[in-house]
Design a protein around this ligand. Structure first.
Ligand SMILES: *Cc1c(COP(=O)(O)O)cnc(C)c1O
Length: 365
């Protein structure tokens, strides 16, 4: 079986052992070191480590000074954490449809969704490519919106040379299957020193000095044990991303010109870090997306459906006043056609050949 993802953190052993021996296992010097290195790698001034990507989003909204009923515009085609974070922060989620070329919010749909209560724009840089920031920034500026980027899948991605996570508040996940992992973990990036400071205080029960509370805070801290797992990966992020890119390129070459199959595009001005390699299985393909997925599994080719439905289309959100459901035809169709194939750095050339051969067999055989 060629797995859809492989977690390899074996090279973290020396640093993890160092933390274990030090006795400082909760947030301490290793978290600080991780933050400093992450900021460098991400091309931002400040990185604040937190305990997961979802809390990165929640904390970012909490320092965005929202009032109940204030709205956040985001993508309907995302992992559920994006929506849950908005609700957790007490805000209301409104959705702008996506474009099928980058799977991210369509700037025109965002402009149309802006209303008097809109305060934050939360684009999701899905699969490792940024949203169309060049078109989104003027909309945010025109309406005075703050930008909180869900960059959970996009560490290292750029738009016209500018890194994901540098447009406002950048929220990254360090979950086990993300491009860089600490098992569980998250990071918030910003170029605003005041906001970084507020986040650090919020993360630690609202206190700067022991028992001196400045705000009602929370425990969002990452541990030194987790930070130690992530540091060696930060040091080889370029290498890991290059391996993903090579695999993506080979897949796209091998999968070109199959009726009904659309391979993912790298759009002009953007770099792609290939968190996922996601194809679209169109109506003119020989089998449906679900059939292709099942057949690939049978053939030992791991694959994943990210995501099977638009994020608000579940009973638990139906009567939630914080969820403004809307018609999102592109996202709904893409959710029925998207299939992710293995692209992780551990793939061999022969794995890529196997994946390509299996897809061709199902769609052309
Ligand atoms: C993984 C992910 C998150 C949440 O991160 P966790 O670390 O799992 O909490 C949020 N948004 C997107 C798009 C993700 O892929």
């Amino acid at each position: 079986m060629i797995p859809i993802t492989v977690v390899d953190v074996r090279d973290a052993e020396p640093l993890v052992t160092e933390v274990l021996r030090s006795g400082v296992i909760a947030q301490g010097p290793m978290v600080k070191r991780f933050e400093d290195e992450f900021a460098k790698v991400a091309g931002v001034e400040h990185a604040v480590a937190v305990n997961n990507g979802t809390t990165a989003l929640v904390a970012s909204l909490q320092v965005s000074d929202l009032q109940p009923g204030d709205e956040v515009i985001t993508s309907p085609f995302t992992f559920v954490a994006t929506l849950n974070a908005i609700l957790e922060a007490g805000a209301t989620a409104r959705f702008a449809d996506i474009r099928e070329d980058d799977f991210c919010v369509d700037p025109q749909a965002v402009a149309a969704a802006v209303g008097p209560r809109t305060k934050v724009l939360m684009p999701v840089h899905l699969y490792g490519q940024t949203a169309d920031m060049g078109a989104l920034i003027p909309i945010a500026e025109q309406h005075g919106l703050k930008i909180v980027e869900d960059a959970a899948q996009a560490v290292g991605a750029t738009y016209e040379g500018r890194p994901a996570g540098s447009y406002g508040l950048g929220c990254f996940s360090l979950y086990a299957t993300k491009n860089i992992t600490t098992a569980e973990g998250g990071v918030i990036t910003t170029n605003d020193a005041t906001i970084a400071d507020r986040l650090r205080v919020l993360r630690n029960q609202g206190m700067r000095q022991r028992y001196q509370y400045e705000v009602a805070g929370h425990n969002y801290r990452l541990t030194d044990l987790h930070a130690a797992v992530g540091i060696p990966q930060l040091e080889k992020l370029t290498e890991l991303t290059e391996a993903r890119s090579r695999n993506a390129e080979a897949l796209s070459k091998g999968l070109a010109d199959i009726t009904g199959l659309r391979v993912p595009a790298v759009l002009p001005g953007r770099s792609h870090v290939w968190h996922q390699y996601t194809v679209l299985v169109g109506d003119d393909a020989k089998v449906t997306r679900d059939e292709l997925s099942a057949k690939l599994t049978e053939k030992g080719v791991g694959n994943g459906i990210y995501y099977p439905k638009v994020v608000f289309d579940y009973d638990c959100y139906r009567d939630n006043p914080g969820v403004i459901a809307s018609d999102v035809p592109v996202a709904s169709r893409v959710a029925s056609q998207a299939l992710s194939l293995p692209v992780h750095p551990k793939l061999t050339e022969s794995d890529v050949d196997t994946i390509v051969g299996a897809v061709r067999e199902v769609l052309e055989g």
